[in-house]
Design a protein around this ligand. Structure first.
Ligand SMILES: Nc1nc2c(c(=O)[nH]1)N[C@@H](CN(C=O)c1ccc(C(=O)N[C@@H](CCC(=O)O)C(=O)O)cc1)CN2
Ligand SMILES: [Mg+2]
Length: 293
């Protein structure tokens, strides 16, 4: 079997078109969506993601505000900016690019963002709301994965889903979203005793462990749908300098029924869902204003 390649770039383009239409309708009604992005330090990958977020906003008709801080900035400076943005009614979404330098308490920074503007979905209240299957901002990468599975008509209810990785920004919310959709979910991680036992049972396998080409074809059930969230830059071997995922694509593509590539799979959906959350936030703000009239 050779797997169908799931084209995240094409899906992202399509969804971004719909987001731009929604943003234009809101702007016509006096509520132009606006996203504020804060970047601390000079991590080159973070700088690329922030640039792509700002460019994505511009293309979708979303206003963006960008704030850059040196890596040694005092956390109080960033906290003061968050308080100012929380209070600004023209700002609908706020995000702090992760990771943060070591002087920051990451959880405290995420809690300082207004729940109503937390378009990354990392605030504890949004996490709690997601776990209770209530309306919440959903973290962008796992939300993008669900959109891809839906677009590919992959049945979720009753499926055996295995998520490899337990990070707060991907693994845990991914498991919650799949659970809410009716899948039977197993979360594996570095302490899992028999990883192959679990992965070989998965109808849907999500890899988010940060280990290049770690999940090989022999760990995958024939016909499984494989979603690769990993983004690793290879440092040695013939492919040095290239990006790869957490899945060994060449062996997995022989076994799976569908698979996301890296790059061009899940990645482009992450920023797309951020734009969607920003537009949703602006629509909610407009609804609140109209209800107050
Ligand atoms: N505040 C946040 N920080 C981080 C998040 C996040 O959602 N919010 N996620 C990641 C980084 N990230 C967005 O911030 C992100 C990662 C990857 C991509 C992407 O489009 N990847 C491309 C490859 C890009 C490349 O060439 O490097 C792909 O997979 O095709 C977008 C956004 C951590 N921090
Ligand atoms: Mg994300």
């Amino acid at each position: 079997m050779t797997a169908r390649i799931i084209d995240g770039k094409a899906l992202a383009e399509r969804v971004r078109g719909e987001i731009a239409e929604h943003a234009a309708r809101l702007a016509q009604r006096g509520e132009q969506p606006c996203l504020a992005v804060l970047l601390v330090g000079a991590d080159p990958a973070s700088a690329v993601y922030v640039r792509n977020k700002v460019a994505g906003c511009e293309k979708a008709g979303i206003r963006s505000l960008r704030f850059d801080y040196p890596g040694d900035v005092a956390p109080a400076v960033v906290m003061a900016k968050l308080a100012e943005l929380n209070a600004d009614p023209s700002v609908h979404g706020i995000l702090v690019q992760l990771p943060l330098p070591p002087q920051f308490d990451e959880a405290a920074v995420l809690e300082a963002i207004s729940v109503d503007k937390d378009v990354d979905g990392f605030h504890a209240e949004n996490v709690g709301r997601l776990s209770q299957n209530q309306e919440a901002f959903i973290p962008c990468t796992p939300h993008g994965v669900i959109k891809m599975l839906e677009a590919e008509h992959v049945p979720l209810a009753g499926a055996e889903a295995v998520v490899v990785g337990r990070s707060n920004i991907v693994g845990k919310p991914m498991a919650m979203l799949l659970t809410n959709a009716g899948a039977t979910v197993t979360v594996c991680h570095s302490r899992t005793r028999d990883l192959a036992f679990h992965t070989r049972r998965a109808d849907i396998l999500v890899a988010a462990i940060g280990k290049p080409r770690f999940l090989t074809g022999d760990l995958i059930k024939p016909g499984a749908v494989v979603i690769d969230v990993g983004i690793n830059r290879l440092t040695e071997g013939p492919d040095a300098g290239k990006l790869c995922g957490d899945v060994d694509f060449d062996s997995a593509v022989q076994v799976a029924s569908a698979i996301t590539p890296v790059p061009g799979g899940v990645g482009p959906m992450t920023i797309t869902m951020l734009l969607e959350n920003t537009v949703i936030s602006a629509a909610r703000a407009l609804r609140r204003k109209e209800a107050e009239k």
